[in-house]
Ligand binder design. Structure first.
Ligand code: ATP
Length: 942
C-alpha cells in the first residue's frame, strides 16, 4: 500500500501493475515515454533515484559467522582439535596427580594448538571473504550492456542503469535484464526456461490492446522478462519493471553468473587430506596399542600417545589448502590484468593444459574495424577511399572520381546498404562511431560517402518487416514501403532488400541490375560474379552480396523461403578487416608452446585462407574445410581430418560443436571462442569455453569459462601462459610442502627406533613448521614469475595426476633425504649436546626447508645461475622465516612457550651447516638431469 502511495505521489508508475493487460498507447502514456525519442536524461536520473539500480539483490548468503565456522569443518583441523583435547586431558590428569614437571605451564599445548587452529580458521576465513568480494567484483564487470534510446540518441548503457520507461533494443543473443512491453518485434523468439521452466522458445509479438488480465506468465506474448534470452530476431521494448520488481526479482531467483566452484585440484587435495588423516589415525592406534602391550606404566603410555600425536600432526600439511586458494586467486587477478576474465575458477589451472585453440576470425584474429574498399555492380568496378567509419571518401573508377548519384545501379546498391541495416552511425565530437555490427557500420559509412544517410532514407522507406541475420542463414532481408509506388516499374508497393554471403544471395537471384535496366542472369554472369567474389576474398576482403526484389505484399514472418527468391542482383561490396598486429606473434608463441591455433569462421574460405596465411595459422597451400563439406562428413571421417585442418570456413555454429567433439575424441584439450547465441553449446562442450567481452552475446558469456575483455586472440595465449605458470607453481609448492611432512614423520618415528627416550618435536613445534616455516615460503613460491621457457614446453596432460612426471617420486625421495639428514643430526646431538638436541633437530629441519625453498623453484636450472631477485618475495619469506625461527630460540617468552633451548654459536653453526645438505642434494639432482639431457641430446656436429 505504502509503495503504491509513493508511486501516486511521485506520479511514477508502479512496476508491479499488470502491464500486459493494458493497451500499448496507454502504457506509453503512463510511463510518459515518447515512442521514438525515449526518456529525457534528467527524467532518467530522477527515475534512477526513485527506483534504484536495476539489480537483483543478492540473496542471503552465508553470514560472517557461518563463513568462519565453516572453516572448522575441515577434517584436518578437526583432527588438530582432537589432538588439543587429548593433550589437555593428559595435562589435567597430571595436574590432579601433581605429576606435572616443575616449571611446566599446564594446558600450554592445548591452548597453543587451539590458538593455531583458530588462526588457521581466521586465515581461511579472510581468504574466503576476500575471494567472495573478488567474485562479486568480477560479477559486476561481466554485467551486460543494453542498447537504449534516450532523448532521441542511441547508446549502450550498463544494465544496472535501466529505468522503467526506458526504450530498450534487443536482438538474438541478448540476455534480458528488465521486464518490458513489446513495442516492435521482428521474429522475436525468447527462451524463458530460466523463469517458467518451459524449454521451447516463445514467440513474442505486439499486442496493441493488451491481453486478458489473468494470462499466465508463460503466455504473456506481449511482454519480455528479465533473466530470459533472445534466441532469434529483434525487438523494441518499453521497460516496465527493473531490479527486484521484475518477475525474476519477485521469485528471488538469482542469476549468479560467476560461481565459486572447487577446482579439480582442490578436490584432489581435500581427498589427499582425508587419506592423510586416516593414515595418521591408524598410525596413532598402532603406536599406542603396540607400545602399551610392551609397557604397563602410565608415563610410558603418555609418552607413546605424545609420539603418535606428534606424528599425526606432522603428517598433515596444514598450510596447503590456504596456499592453493591464494594461488588460484592470484592467478585470476593476473589474468584479469591481461584482459582475461575467469568465470569458473577451475579454468585457471586447466588453461595450462590447452593444446588446441579454436578461434573465430572476425574481431578475434582481426580488428573488426571494417572499411569498405571495393564496390562491384554489373556496370562499375569501384575502389572506395576513406578511413575509419567517417562517411568521407571517394568512389574511384580506374582512378577517376565517380559520382554515385549519377549511376542508378550504384545508387540502388547504396540504398540497400542503408535499408538492410540495424547499425547506427553517429558523430561524437570529431569521431565517427557506430553502435551495432561493424560490418553494417561500414556499409552506413559507405553509403554516407555517396550522400545517402540512414535518418532520411529510413523515414522515406519505412521498414515493415524483416528476416533477421543469423550465422546459419548468413544473410538478412528487410521489407520497406516504397515512398512513391506509382513510379515503380511494377504495381509493387514494397521493396525487399537482401544482403549476405554472396554465394547464397546470388543463388536466389534470377536477374541483375544495370544502369539501363534489369537483365536475366546467365550461367556465365553467375560464374563471373563468383569469380570476382573469389578475387576479392583472396585479397583478404570480407565480401557481401546485395540483391532486391519488388513485392506487392508484405510477406509473413516465416515466409523467407518464398520471399527471398527471384531477386535482382545488385552487386558486391568488399571490406577490409585487417588482422590484429599482435596476433602474428601470439600465433608463433602458440606454436612454440605446442598449441595448435585453428581458425573457425563464417566467412568465405578464400578470405579465411588469406588471413590465416598472413597470421601464420596455415601455410599458403593449406586447405580450408567448408561447412558444406563438413556437414557431409561422418563424425568418424571428421575425427580423421580434424588434427590436420587448421581453417574451417563458412561454418555454422552447430559445426563448431562437431569440431570440438572430434578434437576431444582425438584426446585434444580444446579452448574454443564464440560470440553468438548459438555458439553456447560449443562453448559448453569445449574444455575452456571463451566468450567475447565486447561483441559477445550475454548467452555466450553465460556459457563460457573465460571472457576476453578485449576480444583478442593474443589474450587467450597470454591467459594460457598464466595457466601454465599457476600449475607449475602449484607443483613447486606441493613438492616443497609434502617433502617436508614426510621428513618430519620419519624423523619422529625414528626417535624411539634408534633408542631415544623422547620425541624430538612437540606438536606445537610441528604446527609451527607446517604453518609458518613451510607456509610463508610456499606462499612466495605461489607468486613465482613465469620461467623463461614456460611457453616453449608441451602443454600439461590434463589426465595426469598432480604427482605425475616424477613429482610423487621427488616428494618421497626428498622426504627420505630430509629425514636421513635430520636423523643423523639427531643421533649425533643426542649424545654430543644432550641438553639441546631437540632444539638442534627442530632448527635443522626448519633451516633445511629454507634451502629447499630456494632450490625447488626449478627442476633443471641451478640456483647459482638463476637471478636471485626474480622472486624477491621468496627472499623476504626465507629471511623473515629464519629470523622468526631464531626468535623462537633466543627470545625468552617465545623460547619458554615453544619449549626450545638457547643454542650456542657452535651448535647453531652445526645446524646451519647440516641444513645446507638438502639444498646441495637438490642442486646435485639438477646437475644429473642436465648431464642426462646433454648425453641424450648431444650437440649436432657441423
Ligand atoms: P567469424 O565466425 O569469424 O566471426 P563471420 O563474422 O564471417 O566470422 P558470421 O557472423 O557467422 O561469421 O557471418 C557469416 C557470414 O554471414 C559472413 O561471412 C557474411 O557473409 C554474412 N554476414 C555477416 N554479417 C552479416 C550481416 N549483418 N548481414 C548480412 N550478412 C552478414
Amino acid at each position: 500500500m505504502i509503495v503504491s502511495d509513493l508511486h501516486e505521489k511521485t506520479s511514477l508508475p508502479d512496476p508491479a501493475a499488470p502491464w500486459h493487460h493494458q493497451a500499448i498507447a496507454h502504457v506509453l502514456q503512463v510511463f510518459q515515454t515518447d515512442e521514438q525519442q525515449g526518456l529525457e536524461g534528467p527524467e532518467v536520473e530522477r527515475r534512477q533515484q526513485f527506483y534504484g539500480p536495476n539489480e537483483i539483490e543478492a540473496g542471503r548468503g552465508r553470514n560472517t559467522w557461518e563463513i568462519f565456522l565453516d572453516q572448522f569443518k575441515n577434517v584436518m583441523l578437526i583432527m588438530l582439535i582432537v589432538v588439543a583435547l587429548i593433550s589437555g586431558v593428559i595435562d589435567f590428569v597430571e595436574l590432579r596427580a601433581n605429576a606435572l614437571p616443575e616449571g611446566t605451564v599446564p594446558f600450554k599445548d592445548t591452548i597453543a594448538i587451539m590458538a593455531i587452529v583458530v588462526l588457521n580458521g581466521l586465515l581461511g576465513f579472510m581468504q574466503e571473504s576476500r575471494a567472495e568480494k573478488a567474485l562479486a567484483a568480477l560479477k559486476k564487470m561481466s554485467s551486460p550492456q543494453v542498447r537504449v534510446c534516450r532523448g532521441g540518441q542511441f547508446s549502450e548503457v550498463k544494465a544496472a542503469q535501466l529505468v522503467p520507461g526506458d526504450l530498450m533494443f534487443i536482438e538474438a543473443g541478448s540476455q534480458l535484464s528488465a521486464d518490458g512491453l513489446v513495442l516492435e518485434a521482428a521474429q522475436l523468439q525468447v527462451r524463458e526456461s530460466a523463469l517458467t521452466g518451459e524449454a521451447n522458445p516463445v514467440t513474442k509479438r505486439i499486442c496493441p490492446v493488451g491481453l486478458a488480465a489473468d494470462t499466465p506468465l508463460g503466455d504473456r506474448q506481449n511482454m519480455v522478462f528479465s533473466g530470459t534470452e533472445v534466441l532469434q530476431g529483434r525487438g523494441k521494448i518499453l521497460v516496465t519493471a527493473t531490479g527486484m520488481s521484475t518477475e525474476l526479482g519477485k521469485i528471488a531467483q538469482m542469476l549468479q553468473s560467476v560461481k565459486a566452484s572447487q577446482t579439480p585440484l582442490q578436490k584432489r587435495m581435500a581427498h589427499l587430506g582425508k587419506i592423510l588423516v586416516t593414515g595418521s589415525l591408524i598410525l596413532v592406534i598402532l603406536v599406542v596399542v603396540f607400545g602399551s602391550l610392551q609397557v604397563g606404566n602410565f608415563s610410558r603410555i603418555k609418552e607413546l600417545i605424545e609420539v603418535s600425536l606428534s606424528m599425526a600432526v606432522a603428517v598433515v600439511p596444514e598450510g596447503l589448502p590456504a596456499v592453493i586458494t591464494v594461488t588460484l586467486a592470484i592467478g585470476t587477478q593476473r589474468m584479469v590484468k591481461r584482459q582475461a576474465l575467469i568465470r569458473k575458477l577451475p579454468a585457471v589451472e586447466t588453461l595450462g593444459s590447452v593444446d588446441t585453440i579454436c578461434s573465430d576470425k572476425t574481431g578475434t584474429l582481426t580488428q573488426n574495424k571494417m572499411v569498405v574498399q571495393r564496390l562491384e555492380t554489373q556496370d562499375q568496378s569501384l575502389r572506395v577511399t576513406g578511413e575509419g567509419y567517417a562517411p568521407i571518401g571517394e568512389f574511384l573508377s580506374q582512378d577517376q572520381n565517380l559520382n554515385p548519384t549519377q549511376h542508378p545501379e550504384v545508387q540502388q546498391l547504396l540504398r540497400a546498404c542503408v535499408l538492410c541495416n540495424d547499425a547506427v552511425l553517429k558523430q561524437d565530437d570529431q569521431d565517427w562511431l557506430i553502435i551495432g555490427d561493424p560490418t553494417e557500420g561500414a556499409l552506413l559509412s559507405l553509403a554516407g560517402k555517396g550522400d545517402l544517410f540512414a535518418e532520411a532514407l529510413q523515414k522515406e522507406w519505412p521498414r515493415l518487416g524483416e528476416f533477421p541475420f543469423s550465422s546459419e542463414r548468413k544473410r538478412m532481408s528487410v521489407i520497406c514501403a516504397m515512398p512513391n509506388p506509382d513510379q515503380a516499374e511494377s504495381t509493387a508497393a514494397y521493396l525487399l532488400c537482401c544482403k549476405g554471403s554472396p554465394e547464397l544471395v546470388l543463388e536466389r537471384c534470377q536477374t541483375y541490375q544495370t544502369a539501363t535496366g534489369i537483365f536475366p542472369l546467365q550461367a556465365e554472369d553467375r560464374a563471373a560474379i563468383l569469380q570476382r567474389n573469389n578475387e576479392m576474398a583472396q585479397a583478404g576482403l570480407r565480401v557481401l552480396g546485395f540483391a532486391q526484389r519488388c513485392l506487392t505484399y508484405v510477406p509473413e514472418a516465416q515466409a523467407e523461403v518464398n520471399a527471398e527468391q527471384e531477386m535482382v542482383w545488385l552487386g558486391l561490396v568488399g571490406m577490409m578487416d585487417a588482422p590484429r598486429p599482435e596476433v602474428k606473434e601470439a600465433v608463433a608463441k602458440c606454436r612454440a608452446a605446442g598449441i595448435r591455433p585453428v581458425m573457425i569462421t563464417g566467412d568465405h574460405q578464400l578470405t579465411a585462407q588469406a588471413i590465416a596465411q598472413q597470421l601464420g595459422i596455415a601455410t599458403p597451400d593449406a586447405k580450408a574445410l567448408t561447412g558444406l563439406e563438413l556437414s557431409k562428413l561422418s563424425q568418424v571421417d571428421l575425427e580423421a581430418m580434424v588434427e590436420t585442418v587448421s581453417i574451417y570456413a563458412r561454418v555454422a555454429p552447430e559445426h563448431k560443436l562437431r569440431i570440438v567433439q572430434a578434437l576431444q575424441s582425438r584426446g585434444k584439450f580444446v579452448a574454443m571462442t564464440g560470440d553468438g547465441v548459438n555458439d553456447a553449446p560449443a562453448l559448453k562442450q569445449a574444455d575452456i569455453g571463451i566468450a567475447m567481452g565486447i561483441t559477445g552475446t550475454d548467452v555466450s558469456k553465460e556459457a563460457s569459462d573465460m571472457v576476453l575483455l578485449d576480444d583478442n586472440f593474443a589474450t587467450i595465449v597470454a591467459a594460457t601462459e598464466e595457466g601454465r605458470v599457476v600449475y607449475t607453481n602449484i607443483r613447486h609448492f606441493i613438492q616443497y610442502i609434502l617433502g617436508s611432512n614426510i621428513g618430519e614423520v620419519i624423523t619422529i618415528a625414528a626417535a624411539p627406533l634408534i633408542g631415544l627416550s623422547e620425541v624430538p618435536l612437540i606438536p606445537l613445534q610441528i604446527l609451527w613448521m607446517n604453518l609458518v616455516t613451510d607456509g610463508l615460503p610456499a606462499l612466495a613460491l605461489a607468486i613465482e614469475p613465469a620461467e623463461p621457457d614456460v611457453m616453449q614446453r608441451r602443454p600439461f596432460n590434463p589426465q595426469e595426476s598432480i604427482f605425475a612426471r616424477g613429482l610423487g617420486a621427488y616428494i618421497l625421495r626428498i622426504g627420505l633425504i630430509f629425514s636421513v639428514i635430520s636423523i643423523a643430526l639427531m643421533a649425533y646431538s643426542y649424545n654430543a649436546h644432550p641438553d639441546n638436541w631437540k632444539t638442534m633437530v627442530f632448527t635443522t629441519l626448519c633451516l633445511s626447508q629454507m634451502g629447499h625453498a630456494i632450490a625447488v623453484r626449478s627442476r633443471t636450472q641451478l640456483t647459482l645461475t638463476s637471478n636471485p631477485l626474480r622472486n624477491p618475495y621468496l627472499i623476504i619469506a626465507v629471511a623473515a622465516t629464519t629470523i622468526l625461527q631464531l626468535m623462537l630460540i633466543y627470545v625468552e617468552p617465545l623460547r619458554l612457550f615453544f619449549d626450545t633451548q638457547r643454542l650456542s654459536g657452535q651448535q647453531l653453526l652445526i645446524c646451519l651447516g647440516v641444513s645446507t645438505l638438502l639444498f646441495v642434494w637438490v642442486e646435485l639432482e639438477k646437475l644429473v638431469i642436465q648431464w642426462y639431457w646433454a648425453w641424450k641430446n648431444p650437440p649436432k656436429s657441423r
